[in-house]
Design a binder for this molecule. Structure first.
Ligand SMILES: Cc1cc2nc3c(=O)[nH]c(=O)nc-3n(C[C@H](O)[C@H](O)[C@H](O)COP(=O)(O)OP(=O)(O)OC[C@H]3O[C@@H](n4cnc5c(N)ncnc54)[C@H](O)[C@@H]3O)c2cc1C
Length: 384
Protein backbone atom coordinates (compact mmCIF):
# COMPACT_ATOMS: atom_id res chain seq x y z
CA UNK A 1 0.00 0.00 0.00
CA UNK A 2 1.28 3.45 -0.90
CA UNK A 3 0.76 5.84 2.02
CA UNK A 4 2.01 8.92 0.19
CA UNK A 5 -0.41 11.65 -0.75
CA UNK A 6 -0.62 12.65 -4.40
CA UNK A 7 0.63 16.07 -5.56
CA UNK A 8 -3.05 17.16 -5.97
CA UNK A 9 -3.72 16.18 -2.37
CA UNK A 10 -0.68 18.07 -1.13
CA UNK A 11 -1.82 21.06 -3.16
CA UNK A 12 -5.32 20.78 -1.62
CA UNK A 13 -3.79 20.83 1.87
CA UNK A 14 -1.77 23.95 1.00
CA UNK A 15 -4.86 25.66 -0.41
CA UNK A 16 -6.89 24.97 2.74
CA UNK A 17 -4.05 26.26 4.94
CA UNK A 18 -3.78 29.46 2.90
CA UNK A 19 -7.52 30.00 3.04
CA UNK A 20 -7.57 29.52 6.81
CA UNK A 21 -4.58 31.81 7.38
CA UNK A 22 -6.59 34.69 5.87
CA UNK A 23 -10.07 33.94 7.20
CA UNK A 24 -11.25 36.30 9.96
CA UNK A 25 -13.38 33.64 11.68
CA UNK A 26 -10.32 31.76 12.96
CA UNK A 27 -8.92 34.50 15.15
CA UNK A 28 -12.42 35.62 16.20
CA UNK A 29 -13.07 32.43 18.18
CA UNK A 30 -12.49 32.78 21.95
CA UNK A 31 -10.97 29.27 22.04
CA UNK A 32 -9.98 27.01 19.15
CA UNK A 33 -11.00 23.64 20.64
CA UNK A 34 -14.13 21.71 19.64
CA UNK A 35 -14.70 23.74 16.47
CA UNK A 36 -17.15 21.12 15.21
CA UNK A 37 -19.28 21.35 18.37
CA UNK A 38 -19.02 24.93 19.64
CA UNK A 39 -17.86 26.78 16.54
CA UNK A 40 -21.15 27.94 15.03
CA UNK A 41 -20.57 30.44 12.23
CA UNK A 42 -22.86 30.32 9.20
CA UNK A 43 -20.77 32.95 7.40
CA UNK A 44 -17.69 30.74 7.66
CA UNK A 45 -19.66 27.73 6.40
CA UNK A 46 -20.81 29.75 3.38
CA UNK A 47 -17.24 30.81 2.60
CA UNK A 48 -16.16 27.19 2.81
CA UNK A 49 -19.07 26.24 0.53
CA UNK A 50 -17.87 28.80 -2.03
CA UNK A 51 -14.51 27.01 -2.10
CA UNK A 52 -16.32 23.71 -2.80
CA UNK A 53 -15.09 22.10 0.42
CA UNK A 54 -18.47 20.97 1.76
CA UNK A 55 -19.89 17.84 0.14
CA UNK A 56 -16.50 17.35 -1.48
CA UNK A 57 -17.14 13.67 -2.29
CA UNK A 58 -20.66 14.13 -3.67
CA UNK A 59 -21.62 14.08 -7.37
CA UNK A 60 -21.23 17.43 -9.13
CA UNK A 61 -24.93 17.43 -10.08
CA UNK A 62 -25.71 17.82 -6.37
CA UNK A 63 -23.13 20.53 -5.77
CA UNK A 64 -20.21 18.24 -4.88
CA UNK A 65 -16.74 17.93 -6.35
CA UNK A 66 -16.61 14.12 -6.80
CA UNK A 67 -13.34 13.95 -4.91
CA UNK A 68 -12.21 11.11 -2.67
CA UNK A 69 -12.79 10.54 1.05
CA UNK A 70 -9.07 11.02 1.56
CA UNK A 71 -9.40 14.49 0.05
CA UNK A 72 -12.26 15.20 2.42
CA UNK A 73 -10.13 14.00 5.31
CA UNK A 74 -7.35 16.39 4.30
CA UNK A 75 -9.79 19.33 4.33
CA UNK A 76 -11.42 18.41 7.64
CA UNK A 77 -8.04 17.76 9.25
CA UNK A 78 -6.78 21.22 8.34
CA UNK A 79 -10.01 22.87 9.49
CA UNK A 80 -9.92 21.27 12.93
CA UNK A 81 -6.19 21.75 13.41
CA UNK A 82 -6.71 25.45 12.85
CA UNK A 83 -9.68 25.59 15.24
CA UNK A 84 -12.11 26.62 12.48
CA UNK A 85 -15.79 27.13 13.40
CA UNK A 86 -17.32 24.36 11.31
CA UNK A 87 -20.31 23.33 13.44
CA UNK A 88 -22.98 24.98 11.27
CA UNK A 89 -22.34 22.63 8.35
CA UNK A 90 -20.72 19.65 10.13
CA UNK A 91 -23.70 17.29 10.43
CA UNK A 92 -24.95 18.13 6.92
CA UNK A 93 -21.56 17.44 5.37
CA UNK A 94 -20.68 14.43 7.51
CA UNK A 95 -23.85 12.37 7.71
CA UNK A 96 -27.07 13.95 6.44
CA UNK A 97 -25.69 14.47 2.93
CA UNK A 98 -24.40 10.87 2.68
CA UNK A 99 -27.72 9.57 4.12
CA UNK A 100 -29.67 11.52 1.48
CA UNK A 101 -27.35 10.31 -1.26
CA UNK A 102 -27.92 6.72 -0.16
CA UNK A 103 -31.66 6.81 0.56
CA UNK A 104 -33.14 10.23 -0.25
CA UNK A 105 -35.74 10.86 -2.94
CA UNK A 106 -34.71 12.68 -6.13
CA UNK A 107 -36.58 15.71 -4.89
CA UNK A 108 -34.70 15.69 -1.54
CA UNK A 109 -31.35 15.26 -3.28
CA UNK A 110 -31.91 18.06 -5.77
CA UNK A 111 -33.40 20.43 -3.26
CA UNK A 112 -31.20 19.88 -0.22
CA UNK A 113 -27.77 18.62 -1.25
CA UNK A 114 -26.70 21.73 -3.25
CA UNK A 115 -27.80 23.94 -0.35
CA UNK A 116 -25.82 21.84 2.14
CA UNK A 117 -22.79 22.04 -0.17
CA UNK A 118 -23.15 25.84 -0.30
CA UNK A 119 -23.04 25.92 3.50
CA UNK A 120 -26.59 27.24 3.74
CA UNK A 121 -28.34 24.49 5.67
CA UNK A 122 -27.84 23.26 9.22
CA UNK A 123 -29.12 20.07 10.79
CA UNK A 124 -29.57 18.56 14.20
CA UNK A 125 -29.79 14.82 14.76
CA UNK A 126 -32.79 13.64 16.78
CA UNK A 127 -31.95 10.09 17.77
CA UNK A 128 -31.45 9.93 21.57
CA UNK A 129 -34.40 10.09 23.94
CA UNK A 130 -34.65 10.11 27.74
CA UNK A 131 -35.10 6.31 27.69
CA UNK A 132 -33.29 5.45 24.48
CA UNK A 133 -29.61 6.25 24.10
CA UNK A 134 -27.28 3.35 23.46
CA UNK A 135 -30.35 1.25 22.77
CA UNK A 136 -31.77 3.30 19.93
CA UNK A 137 -34.41 0.69 19.13
CA UNK A 138 -36.09 1.55 22.46
CA UNK A 139 -37.16 4.95 21.10
CA UNK A 140 -40.72 6.02 21.81
CA UNK A 141 -41.24 9.14 19.70
CA UNK A 142 -44.13 8.34 17.39
CA UNK A 143 -44.76 9.52 13.85
CA UNK A 144 -48.29 8.40 13.02
CA UNK A 145 -48.72 7.72 9.34
CA UNK A 146 -51.57 9.55 7.56
CA UNK A 147 -52.46 9.53 3.91
CA UNK A 148 -50.80 12.87 3.34
CA UNK A 149 -47.96 12.69 5.86
CA UNK A 150 -47.02 12.18 9.50
CA UNK A 151 -47.98 13.62 12.88
CA UNK A 152 -45.17 13.47 15.42
CA UNK A 153 -45.31 13.29 19.20
CA UNK A 154 -42.44 12.70 21.58
CA UNK A 155 -39.20 14.00 23.02
CA UNK A 156 -35.59 13.90 21.90
CA UNK A 157 -32.69 14.81 24.16
CA UNK A 158 -29.02 15.79 23.95
CA UNK A 159 -29.83 17.10 20.47
CA UNK A 160 -26.75 19.06 19.42
CA UNK A 161 -27.51 22.33 17.58
CA UNK A 162 -31.27 21.96 18.24
CA UNK A 163 -31.49 25.64 19.23
CA UNK A 164 -29.86 26.69 15.93
CA UNK A 165 -30.53 24.15 13.18
CA UNK A 166 -32.84 24.53 10.16
CA UNK A 167 -33.86 20.86 10.05
CA UNK A 168 -34.06 17.99 12.47
CA UNK A 169 -33.08 14.64 11.09
CA UNK A 170 -35.58 12.70 13.20
CA UNK A 171 -35.75 9.00 13.95
CA UNK A 172 -39.25 8.01 15.02
CA UNK A 173 -41.50 4.99 15.38
CA UNK A 174 -43.91 4.72 12.45
CA UNK A 175 -45.31 1.28 13.29
CA UNK A 176 -45.90 0.87 17.03
CA UNK A 177 -46.98 -2.76 16.64
CA UNK A 178 -43.91 -4.19 14.95
CA UNK A 179 -40.66 -5.60 16.33
CA UNK A 180 -38.36 -3.08 18.10
CA UNK A 181 -35.92 -2.71 15.20
CA UNK A 182 -38.60 -2.57 12.57
CA UNK A 183 -41.27 0.09 12.40
CA UNK A 184 -38.71 2.91 12.70
CA UNK A 185 -38.35 5.60 10.02
CA UNK A 186 -36.17 8.61 9.26
CA UNK A 187 -37.79 11.98 8.68
CA UNK A 188 -36.54 15.45 7.85
CA UNK A 189 -38.45 17.97 9.91
CA UNK A 190 -38.03 21.76 9.50
CA UNK A 191 -37.29 23.14 12.98
CA UNK A 192 -39.74 26.02 12.38
CA UNK A 193 -42.71 23.63 12.11
CA UNK A 194 -45.51 24.46 14.58
CA UNK A 195 -45.52 22.16 17.61
CA UNK A 196 -41.72 21.96 18.02
CA UNK A 197 -40.17 23.48 21.12
CA UNK A 198 -36.55 23.40 22.22
CA UNK A 199 -35.26 23.60 25.78
CA UNK A 200 -31.49 24.20 25.81
CA UNK A 201 -29.39 22.03 28.16
CA UNK A 202 -26.42 23.62 29.92
CA UNK A 203 -23.35 21.41 30.00
CA UNK A 204 -20.55 21.39 32.61
CA UNK A 205 -18.65 24.03 30.62
CA UNK A 206 -21.65 26.35 30.88
CA UNK A 207 -22.46 26.15 27.17
CA UNK A 208 -25.79 25.15 25.63
CA UNK A 209 -24.99 23.72 22.25
CA UNK A 210 -27.56 20.95 22.76
CA UNK A 211 -31.06 20.64 24.14
CA UNK A 212 -34.29 18.75 24.62
CA UNK A 213 -36.65 18.87 21.66
CA UNK A 214 -40.39 18.37 22.17
CA UNK A 215 -42.74 17.38 19.35
CA UNK A 216 -46.39 18.12 20.07
CA UNK A 217 -48.53 16.94 17.17
CA UNK A 218 -46.02 18.19 14.60
CA UNK A 219 -47.32 17.72 11.05
CA UNK A 220 -45.00 17.02 8.13
CA UNK A 221 -45.85 15.89 4.58
CA UNK A 222 -45.07 12.47 3.13
CA UNK A 223 -42.06 13.98 1.32
CA UNK A 224 -40.30 14.31 4.72
CA UNK A 225 -39.61 10.56 4.75
CA UNK A 226 -36.04 9.51 3.96
CA UNK A 227 -35.87 6.16 2.18
CA UNK A 228 -38.29 3.38 3.01
CA UNK A 229 -41.05 3.50 5.60
CA UNK A 230 -40.26 1.33 8.66
CA UNK A 231 -36.70 0.55 7.44
CA UNK A 232 -35.06 3.46 9.21
CA UNK A 233 -33.10 1.45 11.77
CA UNK A 234 -31.20 -0.41 9.07
CA UNK A 235 -30.59 2.76 7.06
CA UNK A 236 -29.18 4.50 10.14
CA UNK A 237 -26.51 1.92 10.82
CA UNK A 238 -24.48 3.10 7.85
CA UNK A 239 -24.90 6.73 8.86
CA UNK A 240 -23.46 5.97 12.28
CA UNK A 241 -20.31 4.63 10.64
CA UNK A 242 -19.86 7.99 8.89
CA UNK A 243 -20.57 9.78 12.17
CA UNK A 244 -17.97 7.84 14.11
CA UNK A 245 -15.05 7.63 11.77
CA UNK A 246 -13.91 11.20 11.15
CA UNK A 247 -10.82 13.08 12.27
CA UNK A 248 -12.96 15.16 14.68
CA UNK A 249 -12.67 12.14 17.01
CA UNK A 250 -8.96 12.87 17.34
CA UNK A 251 -8.60 16.61 16.83
CA UNK A 252 -11.26 18.08 19.13
CA UNK A 253 -8.60 19.36 21.52
CA UNK A 254 -5.63 19.38 19.15
CA UNK A 255 -4.99 23.17 19.49
CA UNK A 256 -4.75 22.80 23.27
CA UNK A 257 -2.36 19.87 22.93
CA UNK A 258 -0.17 21.83 20.49
CA UNK A 259 -0.01 24.84 22.83
CA UNK A 260 0.54 22.73 25.97
CA UNK A 261 3.48 20.95 24.31
CA UNK A 262 5.00 24.32 23.44
CA UNK A 263 4.65 25.40 27.07
CA UNK A 264 6.18 22.12 28.25
CA UNK A 265 9.26 22.90 26.17
CA UNK A 266 9.39 26.54 27.29
CA UNK A 267 9.12 25.56 30.96
CA UNK A 268 11.86 22.95 30.62
CA UNK A 269 9.57 20.00 31.40
CA UNK A 270 10.88 18.15 28.38
CA UNK A 271 14.35 18.03 29.95
CA UNK A 272 12.96 15.52 32.46
CA UNK A 273 13.45 12.09 30.79
CA UNK A 274 10.45 10.56 32.60
CA UNK A 275 8.12 13.34 31.45
CA UNK A 276 9.62 13.29 27.96
CA UNK A 277 8.86 9.58 27.83
CA UNK A 278 5.21 10.21 28.71
CA UNK A 279 4.89 12.94 26.08
CA UNK A 280 6.48 10.67 23.51
CA UNK A 281 4.06 7.84 24.28
CA UNK A 282 1.09 10.15 23.77
CA UNK A 283 2.62 11.51 20.58
CA UNK A 284 3.10 8.00 19.21
CA UNK A 285 -0.48 7.08 20.17
CA UNK A 286 -1.70 10.28 18.48
CA UNK A 287 0.00 9.31 15.21
CA UNK A 288 -1.32 5.74 15.50
CA UNK A 289 -4.85 7.17 15.94
CA UNK A 290 -4.38 9.41 12.93
CA UNK A 291 -3.30 6.35 10.95
CA UNK A 292 -6.51 4.55 11.96
CA UNK A 293 -8.61 7.44 10.71
CA UNK A 294 -6.70 7.60 7.42
CA UNK A 295 -7.31 3.87 7.07
CA UNK A 296 -11.06 4.39 7.46
CA UNK A 297 -10.96 7.11 4.77
CA UNK A 298 -8.98 4.79 2.50
CA UNK A 299 -11.64 2.08 2.95
CA UNK A 300 -14.39 4.59 2.12
CA UNK A 301 -12.42 5.74 -0.93
CA UNK A 302 -12.26 2.10 -2.04
CA UNK A 303 -16.06 1.86 -1.82
CA UNK A 304 -16.17 -0.10 1.46
CA UNK A 305 -18.20 0.83 4.53
CA UNK A 306 -15.97 0.77 7.60
CA UNK A 307 -17.84 -0.58 10.58
CA UNK A 308 -15.67 -2.14 13.28
CA UNK A 309 -12.76 -0.11 11.83
CA UNK A 310 -14.70 3.09 12.62
CA UNK A 311 -15.47 1.73 16.11
CA UNK A 312 -11.77 0.99 16.73
CA UNK A 313 -10.72 4.45 15.55
CA UNK A 314 -13.33 6.29 17.63
CA UNK A 315 -12.70 4.28 20.80
CA UNK A 316 -8.95 4.70 20.61
CA UNK A 317 -8.90 8.35 19.55
CA UNK A 318 -11.54 9.70 21.94
CA UNK A 319 -9.88 7.94 24.89
CA UNK A 320 -6.65 9.60 23.82
CA UNK A 321 -8.36 13.00 23.63
CA UNK A 322 -9.39 12.58 27.26
CA UNK A 323 -5.86 11.62 28.23
CA UNK A 324 -4.57 14.69 26.37
CA UNK A 325 -6.97 16.93 28.32
CA UNK A 326 -5.48 15.60 31.57
CA UNK A 327 -1.88 15.79 30.42
CA UNK A 328 -2.32 19.34 29.12
CA UNK A 329 -3.67 20.33 32.54
CA UNK A 330 -0.72 18.63 34.24
CA UNK A 331 1.72 20.57 32.06
CA UNK A 332 0.04 23.85 33.01
CA UNK A 333 0.04 23.02 36.72
CA UNK A 334 -2.60 23.92 39.34
CA UNK A 335 -3.55 27.12 37.46
CA UNK A 336 -4.92 24.87 34.70
CA UNK A 337 -8.08 24.70 36.81
CA UNK A 338 -8.81 28.40 36.29
CA UNK A 339 -11.71 28.92 33.94
CA UNK A 340 -11.90 31.24 30.91
CA UNK A 341 -12.39 34.82 32.06
CA UNK A 342 -9.95 34.48 34.96
CA UNK A 343 -6.96 36.75 34.33
CA UNK A 344 -4.59 34.28 35.99
CA UNK A 345 -5.68 31.37 33.81
CA UNK A 346 -2.94 30.03 31.53
CA UNK A 347 -3.95 29.71 27.86
CA UNK A 348 -7.09 31.76 28.65
CA UNK A 349 -8.61 28.93 30.70
CA UNK A 350 -8.75 26.56 27.74
CA UNK A 351 -7.30 23.65 29.75
CA UNK A 352 -9.99 23.95 32.43
CA UNK A 353 -12.70 24.22 29.80
CA UNK A 354 -11.37 21.17 28.03
CA UNK A 355 -11.10 19.12 31.22
CA UNK A 356 -14.80 19.75 31.79
CA UNK A 357 -15.81 19.03 28.22
CA UNK A 358 -13.63 15.95 27.66
CA UNK A 359 -15.98 13.36 29.28
CA UNK A 360 -18.32 13.95 26.33
CA UNK A 361 -15.76 12.65 23.82
CA UNK A 362 -16.35 9.00 24.71
CA UNK A 363 -20.14 9.40 24.96
CA UNK A 364 -21.32 11.48 21.99
CA UNK A 365 -21.87 9.47 18.81
CA UNK A 366 -22.11 6.21 20.78
CA UNK A 367 -20.28 5.32 23.99
CA UNK A 368 -17.00 3.46 24.00
CA UNK A 369 -18.67 0.53 25.76
CA UNK A 370 -21.09 0.15 22.87
CA UNK A 371 -18.27 0.50 20.34
CA UNK A 372 -16.28 -2.18 22.14
CA UNK A 373 -19.29 -4.48 21.73
CA UNK A 374 -19.16 -3.77 17.97
CA UNK A 375 -15.43 -4.47 17.87
CA UNK A 376 -15.96 -7.73 19.76
CA UNK A 377 -18.85 -9.06 17.71
CA UNK A 378 -18.36 -7.66 14.20
CA UNK A 379 -14.61 -7.14 14.32
CA UNK A 380 -13.40 -10.17 16.26
CA UNK A 381 -16.36 -12.47 15.61
CA UNK A 382 -16.99 -13.09 19.32
CA UNK A 383 -20.49 -14.24 20.32
CA UNK A 384 -23.17 -11.62 21.11
C1 LIG B 1 -22.01 16.25 24.01
C2 LIG B 1 -23.05 15.30 23.53
C3 LIG B 1 -23.70 15.54 22.35
C4 LIG B 1 -24.70 14.67 21.91
N1 LIG B 1 -25.36 14.98 20.73
C5 LIG B 1 -26.37 14.17 20.33
C6 LIG B 1 -27.12 14.50 19.17
O1 LIG B 1 -26.86 15.50 18.48
N2 LIG B 1 -28.15 13.70 18.82
C7 LIG B 1 -28.48 12.59 19.53
O2 LIG B 1 -29.41 11.90 19.14
N3 LIG B 1 -27.79 12.25 20.65
C8 LIG B 1 -26.75 13.01 21.05
N4 LIG B 1 -26.05 12.70 22.20
C9 LIG B 1 -26.47 11.55 22.98
C10 LIG B 1 -25.53 10.35 22.90
O3 LIG B 1 -25.62 9.75 21.65
C11 LIG B 1 -25.93 9.43 24.04
O4 LIG B 1 -25.63 10.09 25.25
C12 LIG B 1 -25.20 8.10 23.99
O5 LIG B 1 -25.61 7.37 22.86
C13 LIG B 1 -25.44 7.28 25.26
O6 LIG B 1 -26.79 7.19 25.55
P1 LIG B 1 -27.34 7.54 27.03
O7 LIG B 1 -26.79 8.88 27.41
O8 LIG B 1 -28.81 7.37 27.00
O9 LIG B 1 -26.67 6.47 27.98
P2 LIG B 1 -27.15 4.96 28.20
O10 LIG B 1 -27.45 4.32 26.88
O11 LIG B 1 -28.22 4.96 29.22
O12 LIG B 1 -25.84 4.31 28.78
C14 LIG B 1 -25.42 4.52 30.14
C15 LIG B 1 -24.12 3.75 30.36
O13 LIG B 1 -24.36 2.33 30.17
C16 LIG B 1 -23.46 1.82 29.21
N5 LIG B 1 -24.18 0.82 28.39
C17 LIG B 1 -25.44 0.93 27.89
N6 LIG B 1 -25.76 -0.18 27.17
C18 LIG B 1 -24.66 -1.00 27.20
C19 LIG B 1 -24.35 -2.28 26.64
N7 LIG B 1 -25.23 -2.92 25.86
N8 LIG B 1 -23.13 -2.79 26.87
C20 LIG B 1 -22.20 -2.14 27.64
N9 LIG B 1 -22.46 -0.92 28.21
C21 LIG B 1 -23.66 -0.36 27.99
C22 LIG B 1 -23.05 2.99 28.35
O14 LIG B 1 -21.79 2.79 27.76
C23 LIG B 1 -23.03 4.13 29.38
O15 LIG B 1 -21.80 4.12 30.05
C24 LIG B 1 -25.03 13.54 22.66
C25 LIG B 1 -24.36 13.27 23.85
C26 LIG B 1 -23.38 14.14 24.29
C27 LIG B 1 -22.67 13.84 25.58
Amino acid sequence: MDFRLSSEQKQLRREVREFLADDPAISARPFPEDGWISGWDRGFSRRLGQKGWIGLTWPTRYGGMERSYLDRLIVTEELLRAGAPVAAHWFGDRQIGPALLAYGSNEQKHELLPRIARGELSFCVGMSEPNAGSDLAALATQARVHEDGFSIRGQKTWTSFAPLADYCYLVARTDPDSDRHQGISELLVPMGTPGISVRPIRDMVGESHFGDVFFDDVRVPRSALIGKLNRGFYQIMQQLDYERSGIERLLSNYPLWRDAKRLARERGLTRDPAFRDRLTRVEIAWHAGRGMIYRVAALLSAGQIPNHEAAVAKTFCTSLEQHIAELAAEILGPAAQLMPGDEQAPLDGRAARNLLYAPAYTIQGGTNNILRNIIATRGLGLPD
